[in-house]
Design a binder for this molecule. Structure first.
Ligand SMILES: Nc1ncnc2c1ncn2[C@@H]1O[C@H](COP(=O)(O)OP(=O)(O)OP(=O)(O)O)[C@@H](O)[C@H]1O
Ligand SMILES: [Mg+2]
Length: 228
């Protein structure tokens, strides 16, 4: 059997890879699900997926986010430092591509991912509080297939935190106000860190239906290349 390079930038299918991004509470999960439903209603084969994944490494990451896995040292118990998190997220992403995204794209499916490596760059560099970390995190993800379109839902931290509060769940690792404010600023200028990539910004601080219509409008120009 010959090794097959599946992670290069070449398009090996009629599938389409769309990513939704934003801070916690921006509405990425809501809009991912709505987009997939809308595409299916148009008889397109579409699949929602998310990061961290439900796979073995993603499950481990979720246990870190909820405080079930900690580092126990003189500073602890605490979450692992950002380089450990960056490596875990990058490993989960390669597994996500290998196990889910690339097979679906090869089958001609439209894949919509709730978060991708933009989240790694945003969250881990905001944790590092060191802009030079961006380069290393991008390098870790250098073999991650680039999306055909990334949609950023821009929402002020205040709005996102109200939505999260209404959901009534316990705050996870990154869900702290000052951190998310920094993150919201990072997402507004995300394009600078992903030069040459198709990134669309949508004002996420609008009613869900209005945001959904804007998401569909952003994806629309790509749909004529997709086979039903
Ligand atoms: N445009 C909107 N206006 C008002 N509320 C919204 C809007 N979009 C989503 N919500 C609500 O806000 C909450 C957060 O939305 P959602 O779970 O989609 O965000 P998220 O970005 O996936 O958050 P997380 O990163 O924490 O998973 C949900 O309760 C959702 O119903
Ligand atoms: Mg979500």
């Amino acid at each position: 059997m010959t090794a097959r390079d599946t992670t290069g930038p070449t398009r090996d299918s009629q599938g389409l890879f769309v990513v939704l991004e934003g801070i916690d509470g921006a509405g990425t999960t809501t809009q991912t699900e709505r987009l997939v439903r809308a595409l299916r209603a148009r008889s397109m084969r579409a699949q929602a997926t998310r990061e961290p994944t439900n796979g073995p490494i993603g499950t481990m990451i979720r246990q870190v986010l909820t405080g079930r896995i900690v580092v126990a040292d003189e500073r602890g118990p605490r979450a692992p430092d950002w380089p450990t998190m960056a490596l875990l997220f990058a490993a989960d992403r390669m597994d996500h591509l290998d196990a889910d995204i690339l097979p679906a794209l090869r089958a001609g499916t439209l894949v919509v991912s709730d978060r991708y490596d933009h989240s790694s760059v945003a969250y881990q560099s905001a944790s590092a509080q060191d802009p030079s970390s961006v380069r290393w995190i991008r390098e870790l993800n250098a073999r991650a297939r680039r999306p055909d379109l990334t949609i950023v839902l821009d929402v002020p931290e205040r709005v996102a935190s109200q939505r999260r509060a209404a959901r009534g769940e316990r705050a996870e690792l990154y869900e702290q106000s000052a951190f998310l404010q920094r993150l919201a600023g990072f997402y507004r200028v995300l394009d600078q860190h992903f030069p040459g990539e198709p990134i669309a910004h949508i004002d996420g601080d609008q009613p869900e239906d209005v945001v959904h219509a804007a998401v569909v409008a952003a994806v629309e120009p790509l749909l004529q290349n997709v086979h039903k």
